[in-house]
Design a protein around this ligand. Structure first.
Ligand SMILES: [Fe+2]
Length: 455
């Protein structure tokens, strides 16, 4: 640590050792995910048509870190401009479905595994070197004020780990290795629906950049919104609860669906949630490593379109982003807390997040994570869909370090998700963090709960 003594000109103390530790932990977690792939065929496969093959992400994550911190922010040279360009955005996947020779063509589009791994190791070395010695915290600098580029690369990798998780979920079971000791929690029956009344009040949305160590552009600025009285379900909608919608013919009844979603349901022949599979009269959950007899008490994972249709069938609706905020962070009598359970940093007893499980747990099985209103699992066990289209808060400003991060998605087609899933890093569980997806994107670990208006 003696080399750190020469860094006294940095205006604010930054904990380099902690940042390096976090970078290394991220890299190890990514490595462990790629190591689940059984062979090179799996590495070059593309289980979700709209995503690149796994090999792209093996190169993209370190390339993004190198491009963002070392090259753009610090102005230092790169390693291999061709690979840095290839892995910055990748090659657009074909829009048509898989064909027999897709696998062979996919293989030709990307460099060999040894090339990708060598590049990743070199990029890691340069990033660690920068984190150890470079002037990474420069007040007023567009990329390095409060070490912004460092947090951008750290959170970018953590978010890609979640993408990798749900891509892995779609891969055939014989294409991945099951870690020793993996045992999904299957116990329990789904609790009966319970509605919790929340009186009118205000909800904080957003935070001013500068009052938190790091936030993305879409998290600011700080403002508060009035929220009318409403009732929210205590639990996420379980597989058992959603089964009632399925058996009642909900997927065949246009009046529950937004017209565009109805066209999609018809066209794609969708009849059930994306993690459900039917074998004769039996239903199973498409688990990460095996088929699991459908656990009735697990939260159902569905698209926004399916969540919205179910809520309409129940005579209810999805919560707005502000209603989610008030339910999760508001306190009866006024005030807000940083986590649903209070001030304590996230721990496994509060919910299922931070890569502690490959599947969700039964709803309501983490009472220590309840909100002040007694609402369960608002953070963890699956992102929560809201009815709010993803958009900028008043006064939004994109960041120089990653201007397209949010602005490319302010199109009215994406909806805000809050909370977190089993594959969400604990650093991302802050109350202002916002996630977003298209209404009909079905692969993500997203659940929901219903709300109703109150007079
Ligand atoms: Fe990325």
């Amino acid at each position: 640590m003696s080399s750190l003594a020469s860094l006294s000109r940095i205006s604010r103390p930054i904990d380099r050792a902690a940042l390096i530790e976090r970078y290394r932990r991220n890299r190890e977690r990514s490595r462990a995910l790629f190591d689940l792939l059984i062979d090179e065929n799996a590495l070059y496969s593309r289980p979700i048509a709209l995503r690149h093959p796994f090999v792209f992400y093996e190169g993209h994550v370190p390339a993004f870190s190198l491009n963002t911190l070392v090259k753009s922010a610090l102005g230092e040279p790169g390693i291999d401009s061709e690979l840095e360009t290839l892995f910055a955005r990748g090659i657009d996947p074909p829009t048509d479905g898989a064909t027999a020779d897709d696998a062979a063509r996919e293989r030709e589009r990307w460099p060999g595994r040894d090339v990708v791994e060598r590049f990743a190791r070199a990029a890691d070395a340069r990033v660690i070197e920068a984190l150890t010695r470079a002037d990474i915290d420069r007040p007023g600098h567009p990329w390095l004020d409060r070490a912004e580029a460092v947090f951008v690369i750290l959170e970018h990798e953590a978010m890609h780990q979640e993408t990798l998780h749900y891509m892995l979920h779609r891969l055939p079971w014989d294409a991945k290795r099951r870690p020793a000791g993996d045992r999904p929690r299957l116990e329990g029956a789904a609790p009966p629906p319970t509605w919790i009344e929340i009186p009118p009040g205000r909800a904080t949305l957003g935070v001013d950049p500068g009052s938190a160590p790091f936030t993305w552009d879409n998290e600011g600025p700080h403002h508060a919104e009035p929220v009318a009285a409403y009732a929210m379900e205590r639990h996420d909608v379980s597989n058992a609860a959603f089964m009632e919608f399925v058996t009642a013919g909900g997927y065949q009844e246009p009046r529950f669906w937004h017209p565009d979603d109805w066209i999609w349901v018809q066209r794609e022949g969708i009849r059930q949630p994306p993690f459900w599979e039917r074998h004769g009269g039996d239903w199973s959950w498409r688990g990460m490593f095996e088929a699991i007899r459908l656990p009735p008490a697990w939260p159902v994972y569905v698209s926004h379109a399916e969540a919205t249709a179910y809520a309409r069938w129940r005579g209810a609706r999805l919560p707005t982003e502000a209603e989610f905020q008030r339910a999760a962070y508001g306190v009866p009598g006024g005030g807000e807390r940083p986590f649903p359970w209070g001030d304590a940093p996230p721990e496994p007893r509060h919910g299922v997040f931070d890569f502690t499980a490959w599947e969700p747990a039964p709803v309501g099985s983490h009472p220590d994570g309840r909100s002040a209103w007694g609402i369960e699992d608002l953070v963890g066990n699956g992102w929560e869909w809201t009815s709010t289209p993803f958009g900028p808060f008043p006064g939004f400003r994109p960041r120089a370090s990653y201007p397209e991060y949010s602005a490319d998605f302010f199109d009215g087609d994406h909806f805000v998700m809050k909370g977190g899933s089993p594959a969400t890093a604990s650093e991302l569980l802050r109350p202002t963090f916002r996630n977003w997806f298209r209404a009909r994107y079905r692969h993500v670990y997203a659940t929901f709960r219903c709300v109703r208006d109150r007079a």
